[in-house]
Design a protein around this ligand. Structure first.
Ligand SMILES: [Mg+2]
Length: 713
C-alpha cells in the first residue's frame, strides 16, 4: 500500500540518461493516471499525449534511503553532463512569468493576498505597495521578489545577444546554407545600454528583481540562470522550493488573467501583406531569369559544382532570401500585444520560422536536402509541364498557413513533412543502438572510494576522476579575465606601477580615485622585498596567460578562457562584500603584499593529489592549473584592493559571517564535500521586501560601470 509521502522511483523509457529514472514523493490522487510536475517532464522527455511511464515501489529501507538521497528529483536538477540544470520553468508558467514581471503589471490587494496565500515562506507581512493612491498597487516584480531567495545575478532577456556578442558583433557562420536570422522578436537591436527601455536587462540584487522580465533566458535550463544559481547557492531543497513557489505564484496569476491565441494573431496589416507578396513575386521573377540564363547556357559554373548544382544553389539562395525577408517583415508588423509573438519572445513555444510560415510564406519544401525531385517523367506532378525548373513546380510553397496551400503545395508539403517523420524514426533507432553499445561497454565503470575510476574487473581507468577530481554538478563556467585581455588593459588592471607618480590611484590617473590608504604607496615603494613579490605576482599572471593560450598545448588557444570551475568566485566575493559591510567612502586598507601572501597560502592548501614524487606533483599541477589561474586572476592584489565595495545593507539574522564557506570548500577531493555556497540554509524566507537603496545597489553591482558610478562620498 503506497501512501502520501512515500518515496518511489519513476521512469520513462527510453532511459537515455540518469535523469530518466528519478525518485519522487507520492501524493495519492483519484483516477488511475500518473500526474507529475511540468518542470520534471523535460529530463524524462515526457508529454501528455499518451505517454506511458513506470513507477517502482521500493522494498527495503536501504533502497529508499539511496533513492531519496541520490536520485530524488531535487538532486537531479543540475546535470553533470553539461554542468547546467536539466529542469527549468516551462510552458504556461514560463509564458506567465514574462507577463507577470513586465513593467506594466500591477496587482491589486485582493490578487496580492491570494498570491501570498500560496507561498509557504510568506511571513504575514506584505511589502510596501509601489503605488499607494488612489489604491494600493504592487508590481509583479515585487511579488516575484517575495519568492526569490537571497542571491544576485544580471543577464539579458531572451533573444538578446550576449554582452560578449554585442561587443564583437554577430558570430560569422561558415554554413553553406543561409541560417535563419536569429530571433530578435520584441528586442530592439538598437537597445544596447545596461538600462533597457524594453526592460530586457534582468537584474536581481540580493533577492530583489530590480528590472527586466523573467523569461526562458533567466528561468530556463541555461547555465548561470536563476535555476542554476539557486541550485548552487541554496541546494536541492532550495531550488525545489523555488520552482514550486514560482509555479504556484505565476499559475494563479495567469489563471485569472487568461491567455489564448487565435487567427487574429496571424494576420499582418495590409501594407505588410503587400510587401510580402511583392517580395515573393520579385524572387519568382529572379528565378525565372536564372532559368532563362541556364537554358541559354549563360550560367556561370560555381567551383566544385556541376552546372545543374550551381543552378540549384542559386535558386535556393534566392528563395531562402525571399522567405527570410518576407518572414522578417511579417514579424516586424506584429504588435507587442500579439499573443504568438509573446510566446516566441518568452521562449515558451514557437519560433521565428513558425511566425513567418503562418503569416508570410511556408517556403521551399525539401526531400533529401534538395528541391522536390522529378517523380514522374521530367516533372514532379502532372499539374506541371515537363522540364519546369521554376519555383512552384519544384516545391516552393509561396502561400502562408493562414492563406492556405494549393493542392500541389499541399502535396509537396506532405512530401517534405514525411521525410522529417522518417528521419525521427531512423534517428531514434540508430542512437538507441549506439547508446546500448556504449552503456554495455561502460556499465561497470565507477568512481571508487579513493577517487580512482575502475571497471568491474577492478582495473584502474583513471587514477583521479576526470584527472582533476571535480564533481561536474558543482562546476560553473567562469571567465579567467586576464586571458584574452589586451596587454595594455591587463597592465592597467593588474600591474603595480611603482614608478608612476600617480601609483595608488585608479588607472594611475591624477584625477583617479585612490584605491590605497594614504601613505601606503610610498611605504611600498621603499620596500624592495614587497616590490619583488608584487612583480612576481604579475609575472605569474603573464605566465598563466601564456600557458593557457599556447597555440599548440594551451587549452584556450583561441584566447578566450571560461573553463568549468568550482566555486563561483564572482558570486562568493559579492556575497562576502555584502556580509562584511566595508566603508565604501574610503579606499581599501588592504596591503597588496598581504593579499599576495594569503592567495599563495590558499593555493597551497588546495591539494588534490597528495605526494611529493614527480608523478604526483605533476598530477597535482595538471589537476589544479585552470582553477589556480582563475583564482590568481580573480584575487590579484590590485584587483582585490581596487574592487568597489558595495554599500552596507541592513543586516538580517541570517547574515552571520559564519555562513560564508571557505574558498575551495567544494573541491570534491577534499574530505568535506561541502557545496560552494555562501549560505547553505535551505530556508530563505524573506522578512520583508523593501525597495530602498535599490539605485545605489544597482551601481555597486557592476564593476564595469565603476568609472561611471556616482562619486564616492
Ligand atoms: Mg508523448
Amino acid at each position: 500500500m503506497v501512501e502520501d509521502g512515500d518515496i518511489v522511483m519513476f521512469n520513462r523509457q527510453p532511459s537515455l540518461h540518469k535523469m530518466s529514472i528519478m525518485s519522487h514523493r507520492v501524493k495519492i490522487m483519484p483516477y488511475s493516471t500518473f500526474r507529475l510536475n511540468l518542470s520534471v517532464t523535460t529530463p524524462y522527455n515526457a508529454d501528455f499525449d499518451g505517454d506511458e511511464m513506470n513507477l517502482h515501489v521500493m522494498q527495503s529501507m536501504e533502497t529508499r534511503a539511496e533513492a531519496s538521497e541520490i536520485m530524488s528529483v531535487a538532486r537531479c536538477v543540475v546535470s553533470p553532463q553539461s554542468n547546467k540544470p536539466v529542469m527549468g520553468i516551462v510552458q504556461d508558467t514560463l509564458l506567465g512569468s514574462r507577463g507577470f514581471t513586465k513593467r506594466d503589471t500591477f496587482l491589486r490587494k485582493d490578487m496580492m493576498m491570494n498570491l501570498v496565500m500560496h507561498l509557504d515562506t510568506f511571513t504575514g507581512k506584505l511589502p510596501v505597495p509601489a503605488i499607494l493612491k488612489p489604491e494600493p498597487l504592487w508590481t509583479g516584480k515585487q511579488a516575484q521578489s517575495l519568492i526569490l531567495p537571497d542571491f544576485s545575478m544580471a543577464r539579458f532577456a531572451n533573444g538578446r545577444p550576449d554582452a560578449e556578442e554585442r561587443v564583437r558583433g554577430p558570430r560569422r557562420t561558415a554554413a553553406p546554407r543561409a541560417a535563419p536570422p536569429p530571433c530578435r522578436v520584441g528586442h530592439p537591436d538598437d537597445e544596447t545600454d545596461e538600462l533597457s527601455p524594453g526592460d530586457t536587462r534582468v537584474v536581481i540584487d540580493r533577492g530583489e528583481l530590480l528590472c527586466g522580465m523573467l523569461d526562458k533566458k533567466s528561468l530556463g535550463t541555461g547555465a548561470g540562470g536563476v535555476i542554476h544559481t539557486i541550485a548552487n547557492e541554496f541546494g536541492p531543497q532550495g531550488v525545489r522550493a523555488f520552482i514550486g513557489a514560482h509555479q504556484r505564484l505565476v499559475n494563479y496569476w495567469i489563471l485569472h488573467r487568461s491567455y489564448s491565441i487565435g487567427i487574429g494573431d496571424t494576420i499582418a496589416d495590409a501594407k505588410t501583406m503587400d510587401d510580402i507578396v511583392a517580395t515573393i513575386d520579385d524572387s519568382k521573377r529572379e528565378v525565372k531569369k536564372l532559368v532563362e540564363k541556364a537554358q541559354n547556357n549563360k550560367l556561370e559554373c560555381q567551383p566544385g559544382r556541376t552546372i545543374l548544382e550551381s543552378f540549384e544553389n542559386n535558386v535556393n539562395q534566392v528563395l531562402n532570401k525571399a522567405r527570410d525577408k518576407a518572414g522578417t517583415s511579417a514579424q516586424k508588423s506584429l504588435k507587442e500585444t500579439n499573443n504568438v509573438k509573446n510566446m516566441v519572445t518568452t521562449g515558451s513555444k514557437g519560433s521565428f520560422i513558425n511566425i513567418s510560415q503562418m503569416i508570410a510564406c511556408v517556403g521551399q519544401q525539401n526531400v533529401e536536402g534538395k528541391r522536390i525531385p522529378y517523380g514522374f517523367l521530367n516533372r514532379t506532378l502532372p499539374h506541371f509541364t515537363k522540364d519546369d525548373y521554376g519555383p512552384e513546380s519544384r516545391g516552393f510553397v509561396e502561400n502562408s498557413y493562414l492563406r492556405g496551400l494549393t493542392p500541389q503545395e499541399f502535396f509537396f508539403h506532405a512530401m517534405g513533412g514525411r521525410e522529417g517523420l522518417i528521419d525521427t524514426a531512423v534517428k531514434t533507432a540508430e542512437t538507441g543502438y549506439i547508446q546500448r553499445r556504449l552503456v554495455k561497454a561502460m556499465e561497470g565503470v565507477t568512481v571508487k572510494y579513493d577517487g580512482t575510476v575502475r571497471n568491474s574487473q577492478g582495473e584502474v581507468l583513471q587514477f583521479l576522476y576526470g584527472e582533476d577530481g571535480m564533481d561536474a554538478v558543482r562546476l560553473e563556467n567562469q571567465k579567467i579575465a586576464h586571458v584574452g585581455m589586451h596587454i595594455d588593459k591587463l597592465r592597467k588592471m593588474f600591474e603595480h606601477k611603482f614608478d608612476d607618480p600617480n601609483y595608488g590611484r585608479v588607472h594611475e590617473s591624477p584625477v583617479g580615485q585612490p584605491w590605497m590608504r594614504p601613505g601606503l604607496a610610498e611605504e611600498l615603494k621603499r620596500d624592495p622585498l614587497a616590490k619583488e613579490e608584487l612583480r612576481q605576482e604579475f609575472e605569474q599572471l603573464l605566465e598563466d596567460r601564456r600557458l593557457l593560450t599556447d597555440p599548440r598545448l594551451g587549452p584556450f588557444a583561441k584566447g578566450k578562457a571560461d573553463p568549468p570551475s568550482p566555486v563561483n568566485m564572482n558570486r562568493l566575493l559579492r556575497k562576502a562584500q555584502g556580509l562584511y559591510p566595508v566603508d565604501a567612502s574610503n579606499p581599501s586598507d588592504l596591503k597588496p603584499i598581504d593579499i599576495v601572501k594569503k592567495v599563495r597560502s590558499l593555493l597551497d592548501k588546495l591539494v588534490v593529489v597528495k605526494g611529493t614524487d614527480a608523478l604526483s606533483v605533476e598530477a597535482q599541477y595538471n589537476a589544479t592549473y585552470n582553477f589556480f589561474s582563475l583564482l590568481r586572476s580573480q584575487l590579484a592584489s590590485k584587483r582585490v584592493a581596487g574592487r568597489a565595495p558595495r554599500p552596507p545593507r541592513r543586516r538580517h539574522a541570517r547574515d552571520t559571517p559564519a555562513a560564508v564557506a571557505p574558498v575551495g570548500a567544494c573541491w570534491s577531493n577534499t574530505a568535506s564535500r561541502r557545496r560552494p555556497s555562501t549560505g547553505c540554509s535551505a530556508r530563505w524566507s524573506r522578512a520583508s521586501c523593501s525597495t530602498d537603496a535599490s539605485r545605489a545597489r544597482w551601481w555597486a553591482l557592476w564593476p564595469r560601470s565603476r568609472s561611471a558610478s556616482p562619486p564616492r562620498r
